[in-house]
Design a protein around this ligand. Structure first.
Ligand code: SF4
Length: 279
């Protein structure tokens, strides 16, 4: 059995919150550059140029990439041969969020859903736990802004609707979202599981690198098909028109009930802020 200190989790989470909000990942930057080269429209090119300039400024000044620094979402894998001393993992993650969002001057967006009173420190974090073999703790963090999250949807399709039904629903949702989720977006699609589980896997799919390829060639083909269809919508960067409405489509599948076809579409904006750490 391996032991780690809760304090190390707090510090690692605080560092991740600040770094992810100020440093655009290299795969997202590369997609902006490819999209800029591929666009014909002057306004689309200019928006992408400004997004790259914004990323450079954020890196240089250590100011956030976007004023909406999101709810703090975590996917955590805890090794079954690991113990934590000095506190529990959930409290340590919340303390890390409090520290990171406080010391990094990141906007606190968490509030009571009815009174709308701000919790003051961006907690509670949204944490998804998995127990895995081994003695490591893997923490993935994502800053989830309101604009993109508001455009996300879950539905229960009839099984007979199949891939064509899935594709139609996703295209309609992204068309309806228009400029609201700050395109170009990344679209996470969860197919299967249950109502709630489809949403969870759709969100987790957003943690994949934008330049990766799904290990199942058939799903990789579907991701490509959907990405091409979404980019034909013409919404373009920040909704000003163009060929780049989405940067990538990521599909996650799980077995589901014979009577159901759960489908979740989780939209992430161009400000794709995420980090992972292993302790
Ligand atoms: S959707 Fe993303 S880029 Fe747009 S305001 Fe929200 S966090 Fe910022």
């Amino acid at each position: 059995m391996r032991t780690i200190q809760a304090k190390d989790i707090i510090d690692a989470v605080a560092t991740m919150c600040v770094r992810a909000n100020t440093e655009l990942p290299d795969d997202v930057r590369a997609k902006f550059e490819q999209a800029m080269a591929n666009e014909d429209s002057a306004s689309a090119k200019e928006v992408l140029r400004q997004l790259l300039e914004n990323a450079d400024l954020a890196m240089k000044t250590k100011l956030p990439l976007c004023q909406d620094t999101g709810l703090a979402v975590f996917f955590v894998e805890i090794g079954e041969d690991l113990t934590v001393e000095g506190g529990n993992v959930k409290d340590a993650i919340n303390k890390g969020v409090r520290k990171g969002y406080g010391e990094g001057y990141l906007r606190k967006s968490a509030c009571d859903p009815l009174t709308r009173k701000n919790t003051g420190d961006n907690t509670p974090a949204i944490i998804h736990f998995d127990i895995v073999p081994g003695d490591k703790l893997k923490i993935a963090y994502m800053a989830k802004g309101g604009g993109a999250e508001n455009m996300s949807r879950v539905t229960m399709l009839a099984p007979a609707q199949g891939w064509e039904g899935i594709k139609k629903f996703v295209i309609e949702r992204i068309a309806e979202a228009g400029p609201n989720p700050c395109p170009p977006t990344i679209v996470g699609i969860g197919v299967g599981g249950t109502f709630d589980h489809s949403a969870r896997i759709a969100k987790k799919a957003l943690l994949r690198r934008l330049d990766d390829t799904h290990p199942d060639p058939k799903i990789a083909e579907l991701e490509k098909e959907l990405e091409e269809a979404l980019n034909k919508l013409g919404i373009g960067p920040m909704g000003l028109g163009g060929k780049t409405t989405v940067l990538s489509v990521k599909i996650a599948l799980e077995p589901c009930h014979i009577a159901s076809l759960p489908l979740a579409v989780n939209v992430q904006c161009h400000s794709q802020r995420h980090e992972e750490v292993e302790l």
